[in-house]
Ligand binder design. Structure first.
Ligand SMILES: Cc1cc2nc3c(=O)[nH]c(=O)nc-3n(C[C@H](O)[C@H](O)[C@H](O)COP(=O)(O)OP(=O)(O)OC[C@H]3O[C@@H](n4cnc5c(N)ncnc54)[C@H](O)[C@@H]3O)c2cc1C
Length: 308
């Protein structure tokens, strides 16, 4: 299984396969299990439907690693449109943004200024920007930008980030983020990382996830626990119960199309759930990371494809 995971992550970076898949009808149909659609309207329609089921949403306009400043501004423009549309349609939704899509690999100042404008826009509307976490070469840069933005009073309430439990450094990062009162989404981590920076063994990642989620739950800040792993979810629920932490003080987060049964069950049991809804034409790397997490998805998707 770890081999298959690495193979899918490697394939997620293959340009030729990416170009072919993103243009093919078969590829688009396959991706629709995890991707809301190609256009903003598709994402908004899905967000409305998810809201009707009692769950909040975070919208991700797919795309990473832009190659020009113009592309970075175009990517940001979609998020500005989303923020306005969320407000107009009174959706229970915020946005999730990747700094590489905002030009981080071209210039850190460019990404920071674009992220500031988004957070400022979100703040004016009472909304929120989550800065997604990418691979380990960008962890420090991302956290530095988030900390600097959070230090600016006009956007303080509108910005948060993500910590990946597979990193050795994550406990120290969470301590620092909590000291500043920054909202965290905790996930296990979706990239191929070397043993020098991340736990190679899944059991260690899981143990760290539980430890870190307890730190977050114990803090007065509102955080998100992003996982489909029932053991992680049960551990968080039981820790919250023991400490008398109200279910309204945190949320579980899951990906669109993954464990819908579990999403519904949590809502029924009185927990807050937010669904991560990605959309857009650049769906290939995101889709391949979802296959990496559960290679059995290939069989599942192929069966559904031929059934349809
Ligand atoms: C809301 C949200 C935001 C995220 N943001 C980031 C981010 O910013 N940076 C980052 O690196 N990662 C991010 N991730 C991905 C995360 O790091 C994991 O790769 C992913 O969530 C799988 O881990 P897991 O906790 O579900 O546990 P796993 O141990 O991988 O899976 C536990 C169980 O969940 C189910 N499951 C998990 N994934 C899938 C899938 N794709 N399809 C079907 N079933 C599945 C399976 O039943 C599996 O046995 C995010 C995840 C979520 C839910």
């Amino acid at each position: 299984m770890p081999l298959l995971r690495s193979a899918f992550i490697a394939l997620s970076q293959n340009r030729i396969l990416r170009q072919f898949s993103e243009r093919s009808i078969v590829g688009r149909r396959m991706s629709s299990r995890f991707v809301a659609g190609m256009e903003i309207d598709d994402a908004l329609r899905v967000a409305e439907a998810v809201n009707r089921q009692g769950m909040a949403v975070t919208l991700d306009s797919l795309g990473e690693s832009v190659t020009s400043e113009t592309e970075a501004h175009q990517a940001a423009d979609i998020y500005h449109q989303l923020l306005d549309a969320i407000a107009t349609r009174k959706l229970n939704a915020n946005i999730s943004v990747k700094l590489t899509q905002m030009g981080l690999q071209l210039s850190s100042a460019l990404a920071e200024s674009i992220a500031w404008k988004l957070a400022e826009h979100a703040g004016r509307l009472g909304n929120f920007v989550r800065i997604d976490m990418e691979d380990s070469s960008l962890t420090q840069l991302t956290l530095d930008i988030v900390r600097r933005l959070h230090a600016r009073p006009e956007v303080r309430a509108a910005i948060g980030t993500v910590i990946q439990a597979y990193h050795y450094r994550s406990q120290a990062d969470i301590e620092q983020l909590l000291a500043s009162g920054i909202r965290v989404r905790l996930c296990k981590g979706a990239y191929n990382e070397p043993a020098e920076v991340a736990f190679p063994r899944k059991s260690d990642v899981n143990a760290n996830y539980i430890r870190l989620s307890e730190m977050l739950l114990d803090s007065p800040v509102y955080h998100g626990l992003a996982t489909h792993d029932e053991a992680m979810i049960e551990a968080a629920k039981s820790f919250a119960r023991q400490r008398g932490i109200d279910a309204g003080r945190f949320e579980f987060q899951m990906l669109y199309g993954v464990r819908r049964d579990l999403q519904r069950r949590l809502v029924r049991d009185g927990y807050k759930v937010r669904v991560y809804v990605p959309f857009g034409r650049d769906w290939y790397p995101y889709f391949m990371r979802r296959l990496a997490e559960r290679p059995a998805n290939v069989i599942f998707l192929a069966k559904n494809f031929f059934r349809a």
